[in-house]
Design a protein. Structure first.
Length: 286
């Protein structure tokens, strides 16, 4: 059949070359993870000494000590609240904005979409000082403590996650056939009800993907978290630096804490991956 269609099987040398390259790439990605895991179960003096592929002796003390060396639980809670709030708010606002852009024509539509996309061209550090001055000015004028608070950090993350969410969801909603909206309107649904009953279920994989992106971006963000937080509202991305003191660096605890803080992101991705690979409008017309 392959010869009839003009196709030829790749030579064995190509297959072995591909296997070798893929194996090397896998090792390149997995060796650092193994070093992190092995270092997290070593005593501190063994981490800073000669590296051994099979760590002996093994200890789980770093996983116990990470919660007491620094207030990791508080940092974990701050990151969870800020990241989840930023992801939910950005997607909630982006759903309505993207639906309006994809389904309706209005004056300035092209300018709006261009402005939303152009915000991704600027580096984040460009907005650090302006946001700092704005938050301090609002706090002085109204008494609302945006600087150094979780609310201020959530608003900060919305400034760069919301434009991306609008841009991505607009593309997803445009892929949903408008015939579904028209059928819902014929059945008596209004535009808002058609959005929730028809468009959102059809574009659910895209919405989940954008939500995961917004959460992961806020979860691992360092620049704004180091500027806009204090000792009470510090997040995990910044709090991990507290394991490095003036006198010592607790490498085994840093590795253990890095693995612990990666669990929510990895678990969330594994749970939601079926939405990421699902067809965008699979079965929607039916």
């Amino acid at each position: 059949m392959a010869k009839r269609r003009g196709l030829m099987a790749p030579p064995p040398s190509f297959l072995w070359t591909r296997r070798i390259v893929l194996t090397l790439l896998a090792l390149f990605a997995l060796v650092p993870v193994y070093v992190m895991i092995s270092s997290s179960v070593k005593p501190l003096q063994d981490v800073t000494s000669t590296f051994r592929w099979i760590p002996t002796p093994l200890t789980l003390a770093p996983y116990h000590d990470i919660w007491y060396t620094v207030p990791l639980a508080r940092y974990f809670l701050n990151s969870l609240i800020v990241s989840a709030s930023a992801a939910v708010l950005s997607v909630a606002v982006a759903v309505f904005a993207a639906y309006a852009v994809s389904r309706y024509g209005f004056r300035g539509k092209r300018i709006f979409t261009t402005a939303v996309l152009s915000t991704q061209m600027f580096p984040g550090i460009l907005f650090a000082l302006p946001l700092f001055l704005i938050f301090v000015s609002i706090g002085n004028a109204t008494g609302i403590p945006l600087f150094g608070s979780r609310g201020g950090l959530i608003i900060t993350y919305l400034t760069f996650s919301l434009p991306f969410a609008i841009w991505m969801l607009t593309s997803y909603f445009e892929s949903v056939p408008k015939a579904l909206d028209e059928a819902a309107l014929v059945d008596g649904c209004g535009p808002v009800r058609a959005l929730f009953r028809v468009v959102i279920p059809a574009a659910l994989p895209g919405i989940v993907a954008v939500t995961i992106y917004a959460f992961m971006t806020a979860w691992g963000e360092v620049l704004f978290a180091s500027v806009m937080t204090n000792n009470t509202t510090r997040t995990l991305a910044v709090g991990l630096a507290d394991y490095s003191t003036q006198n010592n660096v607790y490498w085994n605890q840093i590795m253990a804490a890095s693995l612990v803080v990666s669990v929510p992101v990895v678990a969330g991705f594994l749970i939601m991956q079926r939405y990421l690979v699902a067809g965008l409008t699979s079965g929607a017309v039916k």
